[in-house]
Design a protein. Sequence first.
Length: 297
Amino acid sequence: MKHIAFIGLGNMGAPMALNLVRAGHQLTVFDLSPAAVGKLVEAGAKAAPDAQSAVAEADIVISMLPASAHVEALYLGEQGILPRMCDGALLIDCSTIAPQSARKVAQAAAARGLAMIDAPVSGGTAGAAAGTLTFIVGGDAAALEQARPILAAMGKNIFHAGGNGAGQTAKICNNMMLGILMAGTAEALALGVSNGLDPKVLSDIMCKSSGRNWALELYNPYPGVMDNTPASRGYSGGFGVDLMLKDLGLAAEAALSARAAIPLGELARNLYSLHSRAGAGALDFSSILQLLAPEKR
């Protein structure tokens, strides 16, 4: 089995890394949270004191970090890991970042003689835990084929979107649509409840009607409607409001550079910005329902 270094053990990274351990891979992990590292060590991974040590003997490096700045610092910063990588190592960044950042890091990796793909994911924390994520890959086809067995241990679907950065562009489009869908779903449920409807009954109706969507069917934002969703545990865990706001900001930047119109994406970004500024930034993004139905705070 490959020796893998996994850097970034947040709500998504930790279950992804755990699935690699379960698949029998030798895993060295690093995260700024000792508790997160400890849980992986209990499962059989090896802890590294820093990112540089984690990658020293790795055949494959996987990173799952919050934003472009973190990814660029990890690979290209003063203590960046690129100079410390083994010859022939494969780099897989699963973060959701700006396409231009993905291309910048990939170009630096290529100059070092290393292959790199951007492989952001879709499927949420439930998909990460179940190993059913969708990987949206940008980069060389040969590098993807090298990475495919590793990605398959963490996900169910693997798509090749194009060259370096293309995976990020596709992911940004997907998350913009998700933000719009979640806001619309929360708005519809809040409207129904304010007019006396039971949110579960309304959800069941819409799931079998033309309003059916992923947010409504698998990630319902109304508390008590669906078990094992953030809405049923006070909107804890999951995909944070500030992360959704970051991704909607990336969509706005991409639209500006391409002179594309995204009026609904911009509206969703404004709604999530208001929600974050009201103190909800660390809650799951489905908590946008609280902005539309204040009594659910």
